[in-house]
Design a protein. Structure first.
Lengths: 234, 238
């Protein structure tokens, strides 16, 4: 009977510890997702993103701040694969959007350089940046990315570029302004970001570079596919 | 060897066999896992197309193709609650991108109806549809989304609309990177399919009865464990 009481007391203690320390436990859950290094005096800022935004507004603010802090700065844009909304002229391209926003924050248009490559994922981004770094061996680059995406970006850079080149790139993890990253579980967007962060990191660990380049249809190809599936207009 | 140890070894052996079987049969299990999520069917004549807000590259273009082909005369679009970037004008709101995609793909402006409801989730979107259909009980609606999202959407439609859910049909928009026979070979497909399973679980707990069923299951297991323990170690008689 005494042994049962001791066990019950231990179980109650463990439960109390979990309830009291759930915040610490949930924050620990994101440790592998975040990996950043001090930006130092790096004069080149690198941005990657989609047509919907450069990983969030604070990334643009932070890029402009870094540019103003370091004389002779440059900003590298890794050109993403154009989605159909861009191809059809519905939204501006990533490059157009970033140029518009950064020049609006006082960054000179001439300081923004686009690396053409139509990248489809982080692995292709790393390859494109790597080929630029080989031509600019003295360059120190700071790459801005979403906080819960930074661990994966670091892993991809290290795996794809190897140590000497990858060491030229530092990561600056920028938090989403829509929620507090120290309390990510309090917000729906935070939960989604952590979930997708883990899925992306797990996939990168498990699979490495994509086995085959992801298929992307152009607007015309997709339109033809739809017409074939649903028929012609009546 | 005690019967308890034999039981543990048998359980371990069974787990190893199941795991080995899953690895061996993965080329069948993985496509089936994606196919199970996709409950989309062929289009039927309807009164409207509802585009669940998401990727306009797929959903918007598919909805426009359905209207152009004459399956429905109009498109319904929920409106999203604005994000920080949208409030600052850096990017367009998601529903506005969808609207422009529909216009660009040939749907007349007068046939696009924006539902003023500021949604955030699939559940909110179906609530928006239910509100709209309250005064149109006989309408048939085609609901457009990507294949892996259709099962969760159907679950929500059935939960919110009840019997009227039978007047809706789910249409799977073709996806560039997520095919049921190779979704695990690229990150987009992997994230989409796995996250859909996680979201299905979340929806079942948040909006369904899975939470109560799970709690009842835990209580039953604990009661069974306590009962077995009592039988094995009966209280000493005074």
């Amino acid at each position: 009977m005494r042994a049962i009481r001791v066990k019950l007391a231990v179980a109650a203690l463990v439960l109390a510890a979990i309830v009291a320390g759930h915040g610490l436990f949930l924050r620990m859950l994101t440790w592998p997702l975040v990996d950043e290094q001090p930006a130092g005096e790096a004069a080149i800022v690198c941005l990657q993103g989609s047509e919907y935004g450069a990983e969030g507004d604070p990334t643009l603010d932070e890029s402009a701040r870094l540019c103003h802090a370091v004389p002779g700065h440059r900003i590298l844009l890794l050109e993403p694969w154009p989605r159909r909304v861009v191809e059809l002229g519905i939204v501006p391209s990533f490059e157009q959007m970033v140029r518009r926003e950064l020049t609006g924050r006082g960054v000179s248009n001439a300081a923004i350089v686009t690396l053409r490559g139509k990248v489809r994922d982080d692995w292709e981004s790393a390859r494109l940046l790597g080929s630029w770094l080989q031509q600019n061996p003295a360059a120190e680059v700071v790459m801005l990315c979403d906080r819960f995406h930074s661990g994966r970006v670091r892993y991809v850079l290290d795996s794809e570029l190897g140590r000497p080149l990858a060491a030229q790139v530092r990561i600056l993890a920028v938090a989403n302004p829509d929620y507090d990253p120290a309390c990510w579980w309090c917000s729906r967007q935070g939960v989604k970001d952590v979930m997708y962060g883990w899925l992306g990191l797990a996939y990168a660990w498990e699979q490495g570079p994509q086995r085959s380049a992801p298929l992307r249809w152009t607007a015309e190809q997709y339109q033809s596919l739809l017409t074939e599936t649903y028929g012609e207009a009546r | 060897m005690s019967s308890r140890r034999v039981g543990c070894l048998a359980g371990l052996g069974l787990a190893v066999c199941l795991l080995a079987g899953a690895v061996w049969a993965r080329s069948r299990i993985l496509p089936a896992a994606a196919a199970w999520l996709d409950v989309g069917g062929p289009p039927q004549q309807a009164d409207a197309v509802l585009v669940l807000l998401g990727d306009p590259d797929t959903r918007g273009m598919t909805a426009a193709a359905l209207v152009r082909a004459g399956w429905a005369p109009r498109v319904l679009l929920n409106t999203l609650a604005p994000s920080e970037q949208e409030k600052r004008g850096i990017v367009l709101p998601g529903h506005e991108i969808h609207r422009r995609m529909l216009l660009r793909c040939g749907v007349p402006a007068g046939d696009i109806f924006l539902l003023d409801n500021h949604v955030r989730t699939t559940y909110d979107e179906v609530l928006g549809l239910a509100d709209y259909l309250a005064s149109r009980p006989d309408w048939r609606v085609l609901v457009v989304t990507e294949g892996p999202h259709t099962r969760r959407s159907r679950w929500v439609l059935q939960r919110v609309l009840g019997d009227r859910a039978s007047r809706t049909s789910l249409i799977s928009a073709p996806m560039d990177e997520c095919r049921s026979d190779s979704w695990w070979q690229n990150e987009t497909g992997f994230s989409f399919v796995v996250s859909e399973y996680l979201k299905l679980g979340f929806y079942a707990i948040r909006y369904g009865t899975a939470g109560y069923v799970g709690a009842a299951g835990v209580i039953l297991v604990l009661a069974w464990w306590a009962y077995r323990r009592r039988r094995r170690f009966p209280a000493p008689s005074p």
